[in-house]
Design a protein around this ligand. Sequence first.
Ligand SMILES: [Zn+2]
Length: 221
Amino acid sequence: MSYELRNEINELLDSQPGLKNADNKMDYIIQGVYKYSLDYDGYIAQGERKIKLIVHKNFPNNFPKFYIYDYPEHIEHIYQDGNVCLATIGEMIYFLNENPSLIAFINKFVNAFIYTLDWFEKYNTYPFGDRKHGYEGLLDYYLNDLKLTKKQYYCMAIMIDEGKYRGHMPCICDSGKKLRDCHGKYMLPIIKNTLYRNEFIKEAFMILTEDGKNVGKNPAK
Ligand SMILES: [Zn+2]
């Protein structure tokens, strides 16, 4: 059975009576009041938030855009127009490849963000550690979660950009394993999907450019 986004949109609207959908040719535009009750490790975040979620009809091949209104001034990862930086492109691709579901995406990324927001308002800190804003936060995912060095991440980006991935080649991380038995599982979902690939390359280019500007500025790093 093929994935039916419409069913998940309906499921979302049924469970969230404060949200309304106004869709156009390209997107579902879901906005209104989102009710939540989230429990991670015993701290319960509960309340209502004014949100907007734009879901391209091509989902999961496009990433939903999430906006939040009324947030504390100093919180990171929210742009001035309310657009939230939910995660890195690589992380969203890996997740959606394993879980091609809008509800799963909301549970994983949107709810985690709302929980963070709630926590930040109370304690003025971040519950899941301090993910940096901008390119450094994006890069952190590849360095910490994927356990790559910066150079290895660039290798990964170039390999994806130039279409040079071959499963039998040695992995970029120097584990001695073949790519297909190691970091290939993160790279293949990006390579196999043109839209994902373009987004990943755009992000890599941004990280590379921004990181290049900082090289030499901070010799301690
Ligand atoms: Zn590897």
